[in-house]
Design a protein around this ligand. Structure first.
Ligand SMILES: C[S@@+](CC[C@H](N)C(=O)[O-])C[C@H]1O[C@@H](n2cnc3c(N)ncnc32)[C@H](O)[C@@H]1O
Length: 599
């Protein structure tokens, strides 16, 4: 049966039926002596409504949409298993704090598992869950009459406004367990729902400007609550055990080299979120000891088998994904001598991406497109970067600029068919949401520069879990474009591209990448990661004959020249560009000039 929209068991209904004639004070005191909860009913009308509903056997079931509350209730098996895991690790808390307690499963599992609990505090914003928690606790004690009876407070409150300091001040010398599963929702999801279920200062990482636009300002509400509780309780003895997304655990550790929360023995037990919550996300139990010297690494285990997966975190000021692998390849942690570039971005794939069908271009709206060839280039996406050498493409794209912000009036004059096509589809450009396009010339694109027009490229997919690099050759005698999910470096000569590809695909390089790449990140490969590869060190570890096995036409002169270019450079931006002819190319194309067509 449901009461106050909360599930209620028959034993609890029977309990209230036997309390029908009593006043609110008497019922509250009877409840307190039965199960420890203070002020079960806050006002008389709540008690009246309950008695009335039980008498009439009314049943209210409408469940509202709870997306903004990141509502994924932990099942009892999982909360039991988590409490048992804690107990097996010698956790015997006196104070339990569940800051977003939902239906109360962690509270019930704690009562079931720990024997020395003196106080329990639960906070929950959704009133039916507050009732459900209270009913569940009462039910627990009706069935376990000899159980240790703590003092229990379940607050119907917003966690962002709740004063946890009072609790931490009151229990300074007690063993605390902060346990729970905070909401699984991000601030950007909340803003799309028009919800204000946010802390007052929602930009808690102080991101601003471009970071906010690119999404670095986006954060998980669960992360905010975790960090808030860790800082509030880290001066007390005890443990923190929260179910969170793996990205939250990683983010907390990422900040740990600056913030130095007094937490240590940080462990992450990966759960199967599909099985437990029916959501496809990587999630874990984040467990750490409070009031300790700040730890800077996390040991990651499988929750179900307890097998160690890896250890990750800070090593000598560097953040790494696998400490064991990293220690074997750390000499490769340095600075890449060229700038890794992201591919082209236009946010108008319906009309900017083309395929060739029966000799015609077809756009993503399946419309036939008749335009000049000059501004059309082959396009590769992350999913296309599978082979070792790529010289074919499924897709093409229109490149309207040679550099970001370049005037595009020339298109009307030189390529009238292309202009008409783009102009007839101007709505696709006008509805692009990103502010980067504001005030820019017509048909503007991003991620474009002289580097995009280099004939040979070594490229890697950002969105896939593979870490091997592909060699991209010109198609139809024109350089190939990559989309913005890919990263690449461009070369003037094939041999230099080939050498770079082989060096990057060497086992030592691959091990190093694996040691710093976070597999559960949405974009596993990032520019920051690629810029850490110390190519010079890889060169030092490589000899000519080893390379010649992979590139049979390599001669010693090419190898020496390649090495010379790298080792002699002081890596300033200007010189970096000059490597492999980028600066020479730059001189040829005066800024703002008409693009040089490729034939
Ligand atoms: C992921 S569920 C987990 C519930 C419970 N901790 C458990 O483990 O089953 C998150 C809970 O947070 C509650 N919640 C969301 N926003 C809240 C807020 N601002 N204050 C308090 N509770 C909130 C939701 O109603 C929901 O019950």
């Amino acid at each position: 049966m449901k009461l106050f929209e909360a599930n209620i068991t028959n034993s609890v209904i029977a309990f209230f039926k036997n309390s029908k004639e009593l006043s609110i004070e008497n019922v509250n005191s009877k409840i307190k002596s039965t199960c420890g909860i203070n002020a079960f009913f806050e006002i008389q009308s709540e008690l009246d409504e309950l008695i009335n509903t039980i008498s009439n056997n009314k049943n209210i079931i409408n469940e509202p949409d709870r997306a903004e509350y990141g509502d994924f209730q932990t099942n009892r098996n999982l909360s039991d298993d988590i409490c048992n895991l804690l107990k097996n690790k010698n956790t015997e808390p006196e104070i339990i704090i569940e800051p977003t307690c939902g239906k109360g499963n962690f509270i019930i599992s704690s009562l079931n598992t720990f024997e020395n609990i003196k106080y329990i505090y639960g906070v929950e914003i959704y009133k039916p869950y507050v009732w459900e928690t209270k009913f569940a606790i009462l039910d627990y004690f009706l069935k376990n009459i000899n159980s240790n009876l703590p003092e229990i407070n379940i607050y119907h409150y917003n966690v962002f406004d709740f004063d946890f300091k009072k609790i931490s001040n009151k229990h300074k010398n007690r063993k605390i367990l902060v346990i729970g599963n905070p909401p699984w929702v991000t601030n950007s999801k909340l803003s799309s729902l028009g919800s204000d279920n946010l802390p007052l200062k929602s930009n808690f990482k102080n991101h601003n400007g471009i970071d906010a636009i690119t999404g670095k300002g986006n954060f998980d509400i669960g992360e905010y609550i975790s960090v808030k509780l860790i800082s509030l309780f880290s001066k007390l003895n005890g443990k923190f055990a929260f179910l969170v997304k793996n990205s939250v655990a990683k983010n907390i550790l990422l900040e740990q080299n600056k913030t130095k929360y007094q937490i240590s023995n940080i462990r992450q037990f990966d759960i199967d979120a599909k099985k437990e919550f029916n959501v496809s996300v990587n999630a874990c139990l984040l467990l750490c000891s409070l009031h300790k010297n700040p730890g800077e690494t996390i040991s990651e285990y499988d929750f179900y088998t307890n097998n160690l997966i890896r250890e990750y975190g800070w090593v000598n000021g560097k953040f790494v994904a696998n400490i064991d692998l990293y220690l074997k390849s750390k000499d490769l942690d340095g600075r890449f001598p060229f700038v890794w570039r992201q591919g082209v971005k236009h946010d108008a794939s319906k009309i900017m991406e083309l395929e060739i069908r029966n000799g015609y271009y077809l756009n993503n709206n399946k419309e036939k497109v008749e335009i000049e060839n000059d501004l059309v280039f082959a396009l590769l996406k992350s999913s296309d970067l599978k082979g070792n050498v790529i010289d074919k493409s499924r897709k093409y794209t229109i490149i309207t600029q040679r550099k970001v912000g370049q005037e595009t009036k020339y298109i009307k004059e030189l390529y009238p068919k292309t202009f008409n096509y783009l102009f007839n589809n101007i709505e696709y450009f006008n509805k692009r949401k990103s502010s980067i396009y504001e005030g820019k010339p017509l048909f503007s694109i991003f991620g474009i520069g002289d580097y995009s027009f280099k004939p040979y490229k070594v490229a890697i997919a950002g969105m896939y879990k593979t870490t091997t690099f592909s060699l991209v050759k010109p198609i139809n005698n024109k350089p190939v474009m990559l989309d913005d999910t890919c990263y690449f470096i461009g070369f003037e000569t094939l041999i230099e591209a080939e050498i770079t590809q082989i060096l990057l695909n060497k086992e030592i390089t691959q091990n190093f990448i694996q040691s710093i790449a976070f597999k559960d990140a949405k974009r596993m490969i990032t520019k920051d990661l690629l810029m850490r590869i110390n190519l010079n060190e890889i060169i030092n570890e490589t000899d000519f004959y080893e390379l010649q096995l992979e590139i049979p036409n390599l001669n010693i002169v090419d190898w020496k020249s390649y090495k010379g270019k790298l080792t002699k450079q002081v890596f300033e931006e200007k010189q970096q560009l000059d490597l492999f002819g980028e600066l020479n190319q730059k001189k040829k194309v005066a800024s703002g000039s008409v693009p040089t067509p490729y034939y």
